[in-house]
Design a protein around this ligand. Sequence first.
Ligand SMILES: Cc1cc2nc3c(=O)[nH]c(=O)nc-3n(C[C@H](O)[C@H](O)[C@H](O)COP(=O)(O)OP(=O)(O)OC[C@H]3O[C@@H](n4cnc5c(N)ncnc54)[C@H](O)[C@@H]3O)c2cc1C
Length: 509
Amino acid sequence: MIRNGDEYRDSIRDGREVWMDGEKVKDVPTHPMFKPIVDIRARIYDMQHDPQTRDDMTYEEDGDRFAIGLKLPRTHQDWHDKRAATDKVMDDAGGVVTRVGDETVGEMWSLYDGQDVLNEVDPQFSENIRNHIDRVITQDPFHVSANTDPKGDRSKAPQDQDPDMLLHVVKETDQGVVVRGAKYETAAPYANQAFTKPTIANWGNSELSDYAVGFICDLGSPGIRMICRTGFAGRAPAEDYPLSNRLDEVDALVVFDNVFVPWENLLFYRHTRAATFIRATLHRYSAFAFVQRILRMADLMIGAALFNVRQTGLDKQPAVQEKLAQLAVYREGIHAHLTAAIATAEKSPGDLLMPNPSLLYSGRVHACTQLPAMAHIARELCGGQICVTPDASSFQHAEIGKWMKKFYSINEDWIAEDRRKLLAFARDLLNSDYAGHRLTFQLFAQSPPFAHLAAVYRNFDWHEPLRCAHKAANLSEAVWSEATASDSSVGQLFGGAAASGKTPASSNA
Ligand SMILES: Cc1cc2nc3c(=O)[nH]c(=O)nc-3n(C[C@H](O)[C@H](O)[C@H](O)COP(=O)(O)OP(=O)(O)OC[C@H]3O[C@@H](n4cnc5c(N)ncnc54)[C@H](O)[C@@H]3O)c2cc1C
């Protein structure tokens, strides 16, 4: 059953405890800092019913309709449909919204692929993940991701400091477990559930740990307290900060103060092998939707820069064209990785279709590492006027407005009001608090850069370059045998790691 916007709004009126700027939020959907993003999430639900968008957002099965974003990917067409649905959402929202469900649900599909590992631990857990995947499809909740603990002093083991620095189990009962700790979670204050799991990369020799716990957290559970960073909406007029006021995705420190988790919501518990598996394969699906958002950011940056240089006649300068071309190369690089990852997608151990992991993870590194440099080129092309232009109230003012019109009108097509709007948009995209936050989001929200590179290292097929170099340099058979035998990584472990699930953990988030 697909939900509509009002059903979603009602679902987060569940008595949850949310704090913003030192005050307890009475009603999340109408709070001024949440309302714009809740409205966008609600609109995504409504798009599933809207005759204009319904076919892009949903598919039909046995006479019922379900969300395309939540569908288990089994075919190339599934991925094309997902990509198109996400683009529709961003078109409708007029900007980038990332943590709206389709970008996080894929983390569960990774665990679905790990059912063999879960079966070794306890078959109940593989049944739980199947049930939760069915539940997401049939009940259409808003699902987010919880990985990152406050962690505290990294040089100490969790047991040697306040143990709550990493989320852990403190009690087991017949009905489930009780957990304590905290996680950083974008969108949790206005979502329904979060796939909650450890970021711990190295479990040493421990086979069992109270910290190795993964579960679906009902965000309305008693004992959860969400303490939000301040929102960007409502801080300054929407005309001057159009993105901050509509698209801010609020993050929170989600505190678990003895929260009960029923057995049916536990996806793994105590066995570090299961925790290791999910850490190593977490983003094999969800990276696609994450990187797709960066493609949209690239389009918005190119559009803002190009409008500005066309407006001012600078696009005729070869040096300006070169900078635009650099932006285009960046954009096309992301597009190529996404397209190729689907074209060469592979069957997963769970019989799903996963985007080619090496291409997808390499695309994520390309998109994330180059983003600050590309934002800087776009900022440069927009010129210094994006940060010195007075706000809308000056343009509309009875006394000084005439000066604004005079100096911001370029010709009959580009009148002052459009130039003001373009500069305000570019400022909010590239220069504002919101812009800085978005850049940091892309840096960290799907794990930090070193973990992105570690994912490439684990999934690239090292066999082929070795084969080429071995042949070209005419190396001995002994070298080849040694390389392929002693380094189990070659071809088999690294190249096939994602599919086999044998990857050693070296990740974080
Ligand atoms: C805007 C935003 C939204 C977020 N949303 C979510 C969310 O929805 N869900 C969620 O779970 N998390 C979320 N996060 C948290 C994010 O996953 C973490 O910030 C990220 O994993 C890094 O962890 P940390 O901040 O504790 O940095 P730290 O662990 O303190 O690391 C800081 C830096 O130290 C270096 N470093 C640390 N460890 C290593 C290592 N082993 N090897 C090499 N270098 C290392 C790296 O340079 C790293 O970037 C969000 C973060 C941001 C900024």
